[in-house]
Design a binder for this molecule. Structure first.
Ligand code: GTP
Ligand code: SPV
Ligand code: MN
Length: 587
């Protein structure tokens, strides 16, 4: 059970000093050091149940599950309120909001002054990555939100185990979070990568408040990774096993709410039921070059914080099983049976409370489009036996992708690592409900990292090229798009479990079993090599899926050019060379 600071024994001195400093500013009633025990979890759950923001779900149908309802305006990441506070503005780059560190701190400390009065302060130590891995990192999040603490318990290795580690290293990332008064006008998520510090105030939403996740694992880690020559990426990691028991490891960078969790939990069925997809990560990968010259990936996280909408028994049976116990649902709808409900689960039940707890009205979403589930990765039936391997898994394939209703074919293979880097840098996608703002607007989102790269993206592209020089056995880079639509506005590709067919073609390419058709933008499958059997796709659908319209692509290049030019001299010349070479070929 969490103990008050005064009674905590054997705590790291640096940690105590920092906690006291933060407490002096924020003035909590009590300071609790979290140990991650079941008793502590129940204590936190009870606080939220009493407060009325949490509801216990039907214990028979959803054992150990809860529904949390957030403030109605605090439901997604807030990119406008997210800042990188480096000493020099150029370090943050045109891809980030920037504030001078001292200016940011004076603004933030004013907002933090007395913000925990009448509340408890929780000190949450956590480990990112397998406990025994030399690539793992330690962080401590100070928060006044019991919701944050219970989420961190699923998402990280938290509590006692992390406190022990801190004493070994004396080195940890510091995170300060307060719900404050949830004032949207004074919401800030500020990163100080030069000090390994994060301060977040006035939001309780996942990506804004669970500081281990996007703030530490991606923004601070990417900044550090560039200096130390490794990679922190917004990528899933899976093992793909063929019927003969051979496995290759694949990572995929798709933007928020664009299919990472779903691909990471693909359940091969029908004629592919003798293939397996092993889950290592559904959101974030940390990758290092191994002694053998291959690129190795670990998952810094311990749990899912996944999109709920679309999950069901039929298409995503294993994911459905995973979230049927020990899960916190945020902003889903509620049936009169006290079971959670969301769009995609099936028919609307007769009586339903929407995500805000009001009677659901026909024509309105019942669950929030960015409603989320939190649970342990280990609860997934096909969690990889290498999930906790301290060295990680060797990556053979990197996929880029995102939501594009036009232009981008179902799959293409890039010509080289450098061309792959250009293709990743050129990603433009439709925005989703994972971040505040308009949904469905096309924007540049290189490597699915636009909201998460903790430094100037010009340098980030150069870092990718440099990593390519360091990796002797480079992963092959492919681009996929499950979201192309026909003229009626319907998805052409069935997606989900059928995506295994694209993975199978990629497998065959890696193993040298199939050729491909060379186009100006990359290699696409020859129809005879790609398995369409049983999908009932018309020839015109298949043609549309693989169509490369030169004019559309030239436009794509022009849009990329505008974006790349923002980075001035920091944009690598080598990428411009490939860019113009391909553009010439398109013309
Ligand atoms: P973050 O957690 O925000 O980083 O998102 P993610 O990339 O993990 O996205 P996720 O897998 O949760 O998918 C988001 C939405 O896309 C869900 O509503 C899915 O149902 C839908 N989706 C996923 N895969 C496919 C697919 O192959 N085809 C179609 N049409 N939709 C998909
Ligand atoms: C994303 O938005 O990419 C997420 C959810 O994975 S959040 O943790 O809110 O960032
Ligand atoms: Mn994500």
């Amino acid at each position: 059970m969490a103990v008050i600071l005064e009674e905590a024994k054997g705590l790291n001195k640096e940690l105590i000093k920092w906690v006291k400093e933060v407490a002096e500013i924020t003035e909590p009633d009590e300071i609790l050091i979290c140990d991650g025990s079941d008793e502590e979890f129940n204590y936190l759950i009870n606080i939220l149940l009493k407060e009325g923001s949490l509801i216990k779900l039907n214990e028979e149908k959803y054992p150990g599950c809860y529904l949390y309802r957030s403030a109605p305006f605090d439901v997604a990441r807030t990119e406008e309120a997210t800042y990188i506070c480096t000493k020099k503005k150029e370090e943050a780059g045109p891809n980030n909001n920037w504030m001078e560190p001292n200016e940011a701190k004076s603004k933030l400390f004013k907002l933090l002054k007395g913000c925990m009065k009448g509340r408890k302060m929780f000190v949450v130590p956590y480990i990112l990555g397998p406990v025994s891995s030399k690539y793992s990192q330690i962080g401590v999040e100070i928060t006044d939100s019991p919701y944050v603490v219970i989420n961190l318990r699923f998402l990280t290795r938290m509590g006692k185990i992390a406190l022990e580690k801190i004493n070994e290293t004396n080195n940890f990332v510091k995170g300060i979070h307060s719900m404050g008064n949830l004032d949207p006008k004074n919401k800030y998520i500020c990163h100080f990568p030069e000090e390994m510090l994060i301060i977040s105030i006035n939001s309780n939403y996942g990506g804004n408040s669970l500081l281990s996740k996007k703030c530490h694992s991606l923004r601070l880690a990417s900044f550090q990774a560039r200096k130390e020559k490794w990679m922190a990426e917004h990528m899933l990691v899976i093992g793909l096993e063929n019927p003969e028991g051979e496995i290759i490891y694949i990572t995929a960078a798709f933007p928020s709410a664009s299919g990472k969790t779903n691909l990471a939990t693909l359940s091969p069925s029908g004629k592919y039921s003798n293939w397996k997809v092993w889950l290592i990560s559904d959101d974030i990968a940390w990758m290092h070059v191994g002694n053998d010259g291959r690129l190795y990936a670990i998952n810094p996280e311990y749990g899912f914080f996944g999109v709920v909408v679309g999950i069901n028994e039929k298409v995503t049976p294993n994911l459905m099983k995973t979230i049927s116990k020990n899960t916190i649902f945020t902003n889903v709808a509620l049936t009169k049976d006290l079971t959670p409900w969301w769009e995609g689960l099936g028919e609307y039940p007769e009586e339903l409370l929407d995500w805000q707890g009001k009677p659901w009205k026909k024509g309105k979403p019942a669950a929030h489009p960015n409603s989320r589930f939190t649970t342990y990765l280990k609860q997934y039936p096909y969690i990889s036996p290498y999930f906790e391997d301290p060295n990680g898994v060797p990556v053979s394939v990197i996929l880029f992708g995102g939501r594009r209703s036009k232009t981008i074919p179902l799959v293409f293979e890039t010509f080289s690592w450098e061309h792959g880097v250009l293709a990743g840098a050129m990603i433009r996608v439709e925005t989703t409900a994972a971040a505040e703002g308009e949904v469905g607007r096309l924007r540049n989102d290189p490597m699915a990292m636009l909201p998460f790269c903790g430094y100037n993206m010009g340098d980030y592209f150069a870092h990718w090229l440099e990593m390519g020089e360091r990796i002797k056995h480079k992963p092959r880079i492919f681009y996929v798009n499950w979201f192309r639509k026909n003229e009626k506005g319907k998805f052409i590709w069935p997606g989900f479990n059928e995506n295994i067919r694209v993975l199978k073609w990629i497998w065959d390419r890696i193993k040298g079993k199939v050729g491909a058709e060379k186009t100006p933008i990359g290699y696409i499958p020859r129809k005879e090599d790609f398995d369409f059997e049983g999908l009932n796709l018309k020839d015109e659908d298949i043609n549309e899926l693989f169509k490369i319209d030169k004019n559309e692509w030239i436009k794509e290049f022009m849009e990329a050019k505008k974006f790349f030019e923002k980075f001035g001299n920091r944009f690598p010349k080598k990428l411009w060379d490939i860019f113009y070479e391909i553009l010439e070929n398109l013309k």
